[in-house]
Design a protein around this ligand. Structure first.
Ligand code: ATP
Ligand code: MG
Length: 405
């Protein structure tokens, strides 16, 4: 027991590092290094380190990459854990004790981990990346297990242990995992290109943005407002949502576009039941213009099949027409409850449910058409005079703001 207490005391003197493991990047073939470099870049960015020299960061963290593993060292590593959880491309990571590569040190580190955990049973597992290490994995497990058994009254249970102690023998050092965490998964930021998200401020579009950023898209956003019918507060709401998202996907350029003139024209010239569909078609056209200027190769929306009248299949046939670039709808097959669960996890839900008006709800028809026919929608839309000019004016008057994490 005295030995244990001494160990717990010296536990704080074990050097610690965070080991980051890649996820799906493993499946990549020849271009895997492109993904790993992008991940390295986003790790450094997220840990907030522009000014780095020789791998050392200005806030006392250092990120080193050896093969496919990234090692983060420095002070107060625990503070980095919430940040690392938001980096796409990392499947798991661990806060680990770093020791010189000899079995004595590995044993002591493992003993510290077991005693810290208050577990009643344990199991040792070993990953031997350095194939030249003198002991093989089963030998390491046996020797470490025996050492822990000898020094404690904790038993071994290989089938259902309270704690599994992972030891990893890397080329430079050995590591014993103190705590493991699930990473954000997905692909590193920007490795899939750039997408323009249509961000309403409701629950769905922030979740759609998150899901596409997770697949490696950098995001630009467009929000449509109808001043003075929608307030500045609804724009601020969108900005706050994007601020939350930016912790996952980096800074986002937000275009705010006023649809007031166009919507007044739709209201005056088109059948009421088609108001929302025609509004959405025009939003799509404006969004594709912004996308092409801003180098975005796809649009992203928070649509879910059948959720509302404008998201039935016939309605989506009408709203997808003439867009010219892919429209990604990652929520298309999801129930609202599933979407809400993600919104809560990523921290956008509480902002999304704040009650501010959306541009489409202002003039929205009492009985929207659920089964619109493209041919008739186009005829109705053609009644709006100078629509191309109106769209151009609207675009010219859009405002841009960069939302930073
Ligand atoms: P919710 O359904 O939770 O109210 P939502 O964001 O899904 O929010 P919908 O009315 O279902 O809103 O709109 C479907 C999609 O159309 C949105 O996910 C969004 O991509 C786009 N959209 C709707 N309104 C706007 C808007 N004012 N600005 C930008 N995009 C919008
Ligand atoms: Mg919706």
């Amino acid at each position: 027991m005295i030995f244990l207490r001494i160990l717990v005391k010296i536990g704080s003197v074990f050097q610690k590092e965070i080991l980051l493991k890649i996820g799906e990047i493993y499946l990549k073939g020849k271009n895997r290094s492109i993904f790993e470099s992008a991940l390295f870049k986003s790790i450094k960015k997220v840990l907030n380190q522009d000014n780095q020299t020789n791998g050392f960061l200005n806030n006392n963290f250092c990120v080193k990459r050896v093969g496919s593993v990234f090692f983060v060292s420095g002070d107060n590593l625990e503070d980095l854990i919430p940040k690392i959880k938001k980096i796409f491309g990392i499947s798991s990571f661990s806060l680990s004790l770093k020791v010189e590569k000899n079995i004595k040190n590995i044993c002591e580190a493992a003993l510290y981990v077991v005693s810290e955990s208050k577990a009643k049973s344990f199991k040792i597992e070993t990953k031997r990346i350095d194939k030249n290490f003198s002991l093989k994995s089963p030998e390491i497990c046996n020797q470490v297990g025996e050492f822990v058994l000898e020094k404690t009254n904790i038993s071994v249970d290989v089938h259902n242990p309270d704690i599994v102690v992972f030891t990893e023998i890397h080329n430079d050092y050995a590591y014993v995992v103190l705590r493991s965490y699930k990473g954000a998964g997905g692909l590193p930021k920007g490795t899939s290109g750039k997408g323009l998200v249509l961000m309403s401020g409701g629950i769905d579009s922030p979740v759609a943005s998150f899901m596409m950023a997770k697949r490696g898209l950098s995001l630009t956003a467009v929000h449509f407002s109808t001043p003075p019918y929608t307030s500045l507060k609804s724009i601020e709401k969108v900005q706050r949502i994007l601020e939350k998202l930016s912790h996952f996907c980096g800074s986002v350029r937000l275009y705010t576009v006023s649809l007031t003139q166009l919507q007044k024209n739709i209201k005056m010239n088109c059948p009421e039941e088609l108001f929302t569909i025609i509004s959405r078609r025009i939003m799509g056209k404006i969004a594709s213009e912004i996308a092409s200027k801003g180098g975005c190769s796809c649009l992203i929306t928070g649509e879910s099949l059948g959720q509302v009248a404008s998201q039935t299949l016939p309605a989506m046939v009408c709203t997808s027409d003439e867009i010219g670039i892919p429209i990604f709808r990652p929520l298309i097959g999801m129930d609202k409850s599933e979407i809400i669960e993600i919104a809560k996890n990523i921290g956008t839900f509480e902002i999304s449910i704040e009650p501010f008006d959306d541009c489409c709800s202002i003039f929205s028809p009492k009985y929207p058409k659920v089964n619109p026919k493209l041919k008739f929608v186009k005829i109705a839309e053609s009644k709006i005079k100078n629509i191309e000019e109106l769209i151009k004016d609207t675009l010219d008057n859009s405002e841009i703001k960069i939302i930073e994490p």
